[in-house]
Design a protein around this ligand. Structure first.
Ligand SMILES: [Zn+2]
Ligand SMILES: [Zn+2]
Length: 194
């Protein structure tokens, strides 16, 4: 028995199907068809309290996220850093190969927006409570290439504050410059800056 145990767990001759069978034995199959991992789950930042993380398993001597390995099998090569295993069922501990597809993080996020699960895309109001209507929203890629929504009402308020601070100063300066020009044309002594 001991030898068999060793052969089973220490050899690297396991096929992917063997791994899948081994992992499936550690899952509970839900009515929706998800294979929910019962072992340890990686909890990353996106995992909220009360949710479970991503199935953590051992594959060819390494600790892995099982969903990523399964997505790699579908792709025919290991995933790169920019690629992810996307869950079609939105259930993080699920390792059913039918629910996992390989994709880029961009695809994953667009998918999230389409399903209404995106935190930022679901925001309907800016942080000062103005609604993101089509008139009130400025779609921009300022500073970097990431598109974002800017609240026009907030920009207007900010602009007004800036004008209050600096606008008076500029009007005062303009008045002085006009007086200076007039004085020059009349060849009178110039007005000093206050
Ligand atoms: Zn699933
Ligand atoms: Zn606003």
């Amino acid at each position: 028995v001991k030898k068999a145990w060793r052969n089973r767990f220490a050899s690297k001759e396991w096929s992917n199907a063997d791994y899948l069978e081994h992992w499936k034995a550690n899952c509970v199959i839900t009515p929706s068809g998800c294979w929910e991992w019962q072992g340890f789950c990686y909890r990353f930042r996106n995992i909220k309290p009360g949710q479970r993380g991503y199935a953590a398993g051992c594959y060819r001597g390494k600790g892995v996220r099982i969903s990523r390995i399964i997505a790699g099998w579908k792709l025919g090569r290991p995933l790169t850093r920019s690629e992810v295993g996307m869950h079609d069922c939105d259930n993080h501990p699920c390792i059913n190969p039918d629910h996992i597809s390989p994709g880029t993080q961009k695809q994953n996020k667009l998918d999230e927006v389409a399903r209404g699960r995106s935190f930022y895309a679901n925001k309907t109001h800016c942080k000062h409570g103005h609604e993101f209507t089509s008139e009130n929203t400025w779609h921009t890629t300022q500073r970097d290439d990431r598109p974002r929504r800017v609240c026009r009402e907030c920009s207007r308020i900010k602009g007004r504050e800036v004008w209050k601070k600096r606008g008076k100063e500029t009007t005062a300066r303009r008045r002085i410059r006009r007086q200076q020009l007039r004085a020059a044309s009349l060849q009178l002594p110039t007005v000093k800056d206050p």
